[in-house]
Design a protein around this ligand. Structure first.
Ligand SMILES: *Cc1c(COP(=O)(O)O)cnc(C)c1O
Length: 417
């Protein structure tokens, strides 16, 4: 054994995240608490993951039951909870079969593999490539990073997995470039989440779908952020009048337990046979109990209808703020996946919200991303809007181009209370 003392780094955790200076220790419904007992309204939902809020009751009960029964068994044995969940998912979508894994990136990896295998099975020997779009986000593994259409994410990780080509979203001319004889699939988000909350154009996506159908190119939609009720339907594609061949899901599917899923139409799904793909943990009984309870809650408790109502109210109020304050350039999104394009970097806005007890996110440097739990109350939504109006008034009312004096004015105001 070596006696040399290691140079201890500042942290034992690898430095892969720019973390906010907050330690969350408890969550219930729309709220989280930090280690000092301070309460926050969580309008990040763990990045579109805790869609039913924190520790939702029905899911909690089902997981507790499963915790006493069976946590894990290999996919070499039948897992009835997978059957039940896949039944609910396929009954409520245009798909026939489901593959379960553990994360969003893994779901996209599965889709990428399936697209290649499908082409190979059809005898399309030249069709090995996948088209994705600029500003997309599909994950951090080798292939999903290559699928992601953002240079900053590729930086330093060459050579990238080959076979991905990036085209601009919503560009009608770019549609002509999709079929170059080598494309087996397109993969895209209907609302780019990480890339700035950019919705696909309704007319453009229908043209893309028609083109894919005609050329036997698979249309694969990454619903990892948009799915599980986030946009007001179980999956967002339902609101774009298209029928994809494949979608991927993860994030909110099990209310915060790690899960991923790929859903596909039968003609495509049958390209996977024993030995094609697999996962040790994917779809294990503990996670499936959480996922089944999550989807049942969403489908049985009128949550989707509520999301559409809340979203309409919120968009109306954000529209009023945009009209009243020049700091807001544009409000985008669908359902409760909302992007607010600001005139400057949003870092300061995120901190200002946090100081008022609300957690929000960014999507790129100038876009505030708001992801309330689908179960958020009218009072919470009102508090969010009221707080946003107050912050905008403080900023635009006190100083137009410097943020610091505004923060001081906020502190003064708080000390008066
Ligand atoms: C979060 C996300 C992913 C990656 O999911 P992980 O579970 O972090 O691997 C992929 N695509 C989209 C659209 C996402 O939002």
């Amino acid at each position: 054994m070596s006696n040399t003392v290691k140079n201890q780094p500042a942290s034992v955790i690898m430095n892969t995240y720019g973390r906010f200076p907050v330690t969350l220790v408890k969550g219930k419904a729309s709220n989280v608490w930090d280690e000092n007992g301070q309460k926050f309204l969580d309008y990040t939902s763990g990045i579109a993951t805790c869609n039913l809020g924190h520790v939702p009751e029905h899911v909690h009960r089902k997981v507790k039951e499963q915790l006493d029964t069976l946590w894990h068994c290999s996919n070499l044995y039948e897992i009835p909870l997978q059957q039940q969940l896949a039944t609910v998912l396929t009954e409520n979508s245009c798909f026939d079969q489901v593959f379960f894994c553990n994360s969003g990136a893994e779901a996209n990896e599965a889709a990428i593999k399936l697209a290649k295998k499908y082409a190979s099975d059809q005898g399309y020997v030249e069709k090995t490539n996948i088209v994705t779009f600029t500003n997309s986000f599909h994950g951090r593994t080798g292939s999903t990073m290559a699928a992601t259409g953002q240079k900053k994410i590729h930086q330093g990780f060459t050579p990238l997995t080959p076979g991905f080509r990036y085209l601009p979203l919503n560009d009608f001319d770019a549609l002509k470039e999709i079929n170059d004889g080598k494309t087996t699939a397109v993969l895209l988000e209907l609302i780019q989440g990480e890339g700035g909350v950019n919705p696909a154009d309704q007319v453009w996506i229908k043209e893309l779908a028609a083109l894919c159908e005609k050329e036997d190119i698979l249309l694969m939609i990454d619903e990892i952020q948009t799915g599980v009720g986030r946009t007001g339907t179980l999956f967002a594609y339902d609101q774009f009048d298209i029928e994809p061949d494949v979608i991927t899901s993860a994030k909110a599917l099990a209310s915060g337990f790690p899960v991923g899923a790929m859903l596909a139409k039968e003609e495509v799904a049958q390209s996977f046979q024993p030995g094609s793909h697999g996962s040790t943990f994917g779809g294990n009984p503990l996670v499936m109990s959480a996922a089944l309870a999550t989807i049942q809650t969403i489908m049985n408790e009128n949550i989707l209808h509520e999301v559409r109502n809340k979203a309409e109210w919120l968009r109306g109020k954000l529209g009023e703020l945009q009209r009243d304050f020049s700091s807001i350039e544009e409000v985008r999104g669908l359902g409760l996946l909302i992007g607010i394009q600001m005139t400057e970097e949003v870092k300061t806005w995120i901190s200002a919200f946090r100081e008022k007890g609300i957690l929000v996110l960014s999507a790129g440097s100038n876009v505030l991303r708001i992801l309330p739990p689908l179960t958020t109350t009218k009072e919470e939504l009102e508090y969010f809007i009221q707080t946003f109006r107050q912050l905008l008034t403080e900023k635009e009312g006190f100083c137009h181009d410097k943020w610091i004096p505004i923060r001081e004015s906020m502190k003064r105001e708080r000390s008066k209370i």
